[in-house]
Design a protein around this ligand. Structure first.
Ligand code: ADP
Ligand code: ADP
Length: 228
């Protein structure tokens, strides 16, 4: 069974305004990488807002593990579904505190494993205080911050990882580190990305093509090309 299902979901941000989504149905497999693509205003971010319950459907339902989302407490939902937005702010405090924000009892080995996954291991080893280096914005670049945000998400091993990298200005190392981490995480759970870069979409297991609040097509990159 899919980990997430959108059942004929309609959504709007306030009464009277135009619908942001207009009858979206889609299944997100329990394992693998689903990429959401489409022009600005298509409804990509709204899909994430519904999964995170920042917004409730006007009609239809979003179902996690066979259970409608409203039946989960927000605490449980936040454990199962983790969101890495563009430019996720880091917390004041040390790298360790940032990494352990949602998963307080993670041990050092687990932390080093995720740092390796996002290719920050060498950087952290070179920092004077390692995991206990205070992060004040001067020790880490923008790309490194993005990788720390991803590492923090990976520490908690969510069932569903939501990644918005559509417009982030990423350096090459960060881009490939994120790409590799997505592939790895997709082997053990569901990863949904909002992606503009073709490179992340080509090897996605499923692509949802959004347009004007509806899901126009679903398939792999090759399947979608064959239809065109
Ligand atoms: P995404 O594809 O990730 O949803 P968008 O292309 O919609 O990204 O938006 C990229 C950035 O531009 C976002 O920071 C968004 O807030 C901003 N943006 C989107 N639409 C508008 C708009 N009509 N006017 C001004 N800023 C916008
Ligand atoms: P995308 O992420 O694909 O760029 P969005 O999901 O952000 O698209 O937007 C879908 C529609 O919902 C657009 O018409 C957009 O203007 C509208 N919308 C998005 N966010 C808000 C908001 N916070 N308030 C009102 N309308 C919004």
């Amino acid at each position: 069974t899919p980990v997430l299902t959108f059942r004929d979901v309609t959504a709007r941000y306030s009464p009277g305004v135009r619908r942001a989504l207009n009858g979206v149905s889609a299944d997100i497999p329990r394992h693998g990488h689903t990429a959401v693509v489409g022009p600005s205003g298509a409804g990509k971010t709204t899909l994430f807002s519904l999964i995170l319950r920042f917004l409730e459907p006007e009609h239809g339902a979003v179902v996690l593990d066979g259970v409608p989302l409203q039946q989960y407490s927000l605490d449980e939902l936040r454990r199962r579904v983790v969101y890495v937005e563009q430019d996720t702010p880091l917390l004041p405090g040390t790298l360790r505190e940032n990494l352990c924000y949602t998963h307080r009892d993670a041990d050092d080995e687990a932390l080093w494993n995720v740092l390796r996954e996002v290719r920050l291991e060498e950087k952290v080893r070179s920092l004077e205080h390692g995991l206990d280096t205070p992060l004040d914005g001067t020790v880490v670049s923008g790309g490194e911050r993005q990788r720390i945000a991803l590492a923090r998400a990976l520490v908690s091993r969510p069932e569903v990882l939501l990644l918005d990298e559509a417009t982030a200005q990423l350096d090459g190392l960060t881009e490939s580190a994120i790409h590799d981490a997505v592939v790895k995480v997709a082997a053990r759970g569901a990863v949904i990305t909002i992606a503009h870069r073709l490179s992340t979409v080509v090897d996605a297991d499923q692509i949802l093509v959004m347009e004007d609040g509806v899901c126009r097509a679903t398939g792999t990159h090759d399947e979608l090309l064959a239809v065109d």
